[in-house]
Ligand binder design. Structure first.
Ligand code: NAI
Length: 459
């Protein structure tokens, strides 16, 4: 902490979400003096409105499904219903424990935590109320917000994920607008809780950023679960009807819903933060940076969801740590955006790292791909899940993409990301023994298949 108000901090971080607090913690570890400005709650979207509470809901959803399907495993149990108050108190309990731990970490680390709305007023100054917090470096980490569409106002039965995390009852009919990551995760939860769910997606497939095979498998699984999937369908309007809402699509279809969940992307929270006034370059609201996360204004960096690219908490963490190390003079290696793993936690889960088959073909021309079906994987059969491991390699070269679908397959992304980021050859991975019976074995078998020596099943 600087000795007096005149001495600048080494680093002032604006925003206490994943990117901001990771930067602050790493910076104090490296001996820098740090002020962290947060207007709401330490932990940001991920902890309070995103990753953590939604995954708690998805876990409650899994418990509901396991109960509903218990007879299949010879266990007699019946699902009497979903007590949303109980779900919320479980979810909020998880968030509260993590929040407390994080507050302790920041305090113990010696970060100066400044509670209040901050505004960039000069390249080295964040104004918080009547206090000027001055730093030799400023890190912008103000995150993102749930977007909506023009003319579609959030309120009542029309919600974003933020409001949907506070539901006090299970709605009968849910229309999910947007079949991206948030859309499919909420569709999955609400279906498990017993709602009738329709997903409306403008593009030809769900989770369109994923490999096409994953989209197809997810869509098939969703239909089997009784979720209606309308792809290539564009939203036209929503009008109140009774306690609910009538959703009209551009093709003239109308859908009645008790809840319309708007999940059409997240926008960067960069408006009214003083960025433009100080001369920070923006592109469609995002802060543009170079690969070392420097903005065009000397001394000002940006991390997390305001920087164009994947809007993921672990990317934010990595960028925050990178910037702290950069400021400390450690010259860290540039983060490879393509090596960042992605997991969508619907049922079945979709996880991937590296290039899709289509992207790999476009970049390298000739590629080889295999799909190892979880039908041949003992543990997946025990769990009763369907899906696959898909690998993409440069012909006779390293693995450049891994794509996974199936219950719990998100947990397998750890090995997958080592394979892709260490540019392993399938022959290298095939030579390593994978434990039996695990779902992880499916990764081993897929590499065996790609190396030309399949054991169980075939590619
Ligand atoms: P998204 O960009 O993943 O998906 C939005 C979808 O809405 C797109 O497929 C788009 O085609 C569709 N859409 C847009 N306008 C439409 C219209 N008029 N009619 C029909 N469909 C329309 O954004 P999403 O799902 O809101 O997520 C926001 C961000 O949060 C993403 O970057 C996502 O990666 C991140 N996130 C990550 C999670 C994870 O890693 N598990 C969980 C939740 C969010």
């Amino acid at each position: 902490m600087p000795a007096d108000e005149q001495t600048p901090y080494d680093v002032v971080v604006l925003g206490g979400g994943s990117g901001g607090y990771a930067c602050a913690l790493r910076a104090v570890q490296l001996g820098l003096s740090v002020a962290l400005v947060e207007q709401d709650l330490l932990g940001g979207t991920c902890l309070h409105r995103g990753c953590i509470p939604t995954k708690a809901m998805l876990h409650a959803a899994e418990v509901a499904d396991a109960t509903r399907e218990s007879e299949r495993f010879g266990v007699r149990a019946s699902l009497e219903g979903i007590d949303m108050a109980g779900v919320n108190s479980y979810k909020d309990g998880v968030v509260a424990r993590l929040h407390k731990g994080l507050q302790g970490l920041v305090r113990a680390g010696g970060v100066e935590y400044v509670q209040g709305r901050g505004r960039l007023v000069a390249p080295d100054t964040v104004q918080v109320g009547d206090r000027r917090v001055v730093g030799r470096h400023v890190v912008l980490a103000t995150g993102s917000y749930a977007r909506t569409l023009p003319g579609l106002e959030i309120g009542g039965p029309v919600m974003t994920s933020e409001e949907a995390l506070r539901l006090d009852h299970v709605p009968g009919r849910v229309v999910v607008l947007g079949g991206g990551v948030i859309g499919v995760e909420f569709a999955s939860v609400m279906r498990s809780f017993g709602s009738e769910v329709t997903v409306v997606e403008a593009l030809p497939r769900l989770v369109a950023a994923e490999d096409e095979a994953c989209s197809k498998q997810l869509e098939r699984a969703f239909r089997k679960r009784g979720i209606t999937v309308r792809t290539g369908a564009r939203f036209a309007s929503a009008t109140p009807s009774g306690d609910g809402v009538t959703v009209a699509l551009e093709d003239g279809t109308t859908l009645e819903a008790d809840l319309l969940l708007v999940a059409v992307g997240r926008g960067p929270a960069t408006a009214d933060q003083g960025y433009e006034e100080v001369g920070v370059a923006l592109d469609r609201g995002f802060v543009t940076t170079d690969e070392r996360l420097r903005t065009n204004v000397p001394g000002v960096f940006a991390v997390g969801d305001i920087v164009p690219g994947l809007q993921l908490a672990h990317r934010g963490f990595a960028q925050g740590i990178f910037v702290a190390e950069e400021i400390a003079g450690l010259s860290p290696a540039v983060i490879d955006e393509e090596g960042i793993p992605r997991v969508t936690y619907c049922d079945p889960e979709v996880a991937s790292v590296g290039l899709t088959e289509a992207a790999a073909r476009e970049r390298y021309g000739d590629v080889q791909a295999v799909e190892y079906n979880l039908g041949g994987n003992g543990k997946s059969q025990i769990l009763g899940t369907q899906g696959f491991v898909k690998l993409v390699r440069r012909t006779d070269g390293p693995v450049v993409g891994v794509h996974l679908v199936g219950a719990r397959m998100g947990e397998q992304i750890g090995e997958a990301q080592l394979v892709v980021n260490w540019e392993a050859f399938p022959e290298d991975v095939a030579a390593l023994v994978h434990a039996h019976p695990t779902q992880n074995e499916a990764l081993g078998e897929a590499h065996l298949a790609l190396a030309g020596k399949p054991l169980h099943g075939h590619a």
